[in-house]
Ligand binder design. Structure first.
Ligand code: NAD
Length: 297
């Protein structure tokens, strides 16, 4: 049993912390939202009054925050950053999806004080967080990966070591960039089939057994009515929000610029999801990109 501090109890962090409690760990939590804290208190978490209180004496500190600026402020803020509280016996695990440069900057500043930091972003969404089946993609040293794995296994099913610190974030955004391209491409192919009189369920079955087969067709069909229990059959509610995909595509484009990578498909997907968000769809599931094609009839 480890002493774990958890900071950021939102859609993802809340159920992740709950799974650590279910795994028998001693978990102390902090969030700016009192109601998020109360939900975890009911499951047996100790409540802290500040992030610093969470960090004190913890074997692991896990953060699950919206973006890079929140992570940098949490650890490096000159006034109350955790860099002033953490000790060298604590391993910091940041599971937020942020830019690799910020992850590396925080890791370097903490390493200078002999405090370990790894990036461990996740794939699998809120459903995976609740079920404890997330995929973790870790950036850090071999020793840090080995130390974190037993803890991450309480929250996830597949735990990958992508490389040094920052590599987890790079792997995560490469994956999400591809996912956005697959989703937009599947949506336009299905709509073209419909426009030509085909049944989208039949078309999906054909592509599933043909060379167009991909994850969105297998598990997350974007066309309403084709698949049960997916956001497209529930007015695109739940799942992975357009605005989160847009954020990840922004990170992907920043990365491509820095590494001089050619990403024409990713760039197009980033524009499509941005337009879709600007048209008022930011809070819908990302498979709602299908409506961009179907509503133009
Ligand atoms: P969320 O907005 O639901 O939760 C973020 C939480 O952080 C909120 O409860 C907020 O109050 C808290 N918070 C913000 N600043 C804080 C601070 N300084 N101290 C303490 N608490 C603070 O977001 P989420 O959906 O849980 O996503 C978290 C991260 O996981 C993001 O980086 C996101 O990109 C990533 N992610 C999300 C999904 C998904 O499907 N939602 C999937 C994979 C990865």
């Amino acid at each position: 049993m480890a002493k774990i501090g958890f900071i950021g109890l939102g859609n993802m962090g809340g159920p992740m912390a709950a799974n650590l409690l279910a795994g028998g760990h001693q978990v102390t939590v902090f969030d700016l939202s009192a109601s998020a804290m109360q939900t975890l208190a009911k499951k047996g978490a100790a409540l802290a009054t500040s992030a610093a209180e969470v960090a004190r004496d913890a074997d692991f500190v896990i953060s699950m925050l919206p973006a890079g600026k929140h992570v940098e402020a949490l650890y490096l803020d000159p006034e109350d950053g955790l860099i002033g509280t953490l000790s060298s016996t604590t391993l910091v695990i940041d599971s937020s999806t942020i830019d690799a440069a910020t992850a590396q900057k925080v890791a370097k500043a903490l390493a200078d004080k002999n405090i370990g930091f790894i990036d461990a972003p996740v794939s699998g969404g809120v459903g995976g967080a609740i079920a404890g089946t997330l995929t973790f993609i870790v950036g850090g040293s071999d020793a840090q990966f080995r130390a974190s794995k037993p803890v991450l296994e309480n929250m996830g099913k597949n735990i990958f070591h992508a490389g040094d610190v920052g590599a987890g974030q790079i792997a995560k955004i490469c994956n999400n960039m591809l996912l956005s391209v697959l989703m937009a491409g599947t949506a336009e192919a299905l709509q073209m089939a419909i426009d030509n009189g085909l049944d989208p369920s039949v078309m999906s079955d054909i592509m599933l057994q043909s060379s167009g087969r991909n994850w969105t067709l297998e598990l997350y069909n974007p066309c309403p009515g084709v698949m049960a229990n997916v956001p497209s059959s529930n007015q695109y509610q739940g799942g992975f929000m357009v605005d989160l995909m847009r954020k990840d595509l922004g990170l992907a484009m920043d990365t491509a610029v820095k590494s001089h990578s050619a990403t024409p498909m990713g760039a197009l997907a980033q524009s499509l999801f941005s337009m879709h968000s600007l048209q008022g769809n930011g809070k819908k599931d990302f498979s709602s990109i299908f409506e961009m094609f179907s509503k133009q009839q």
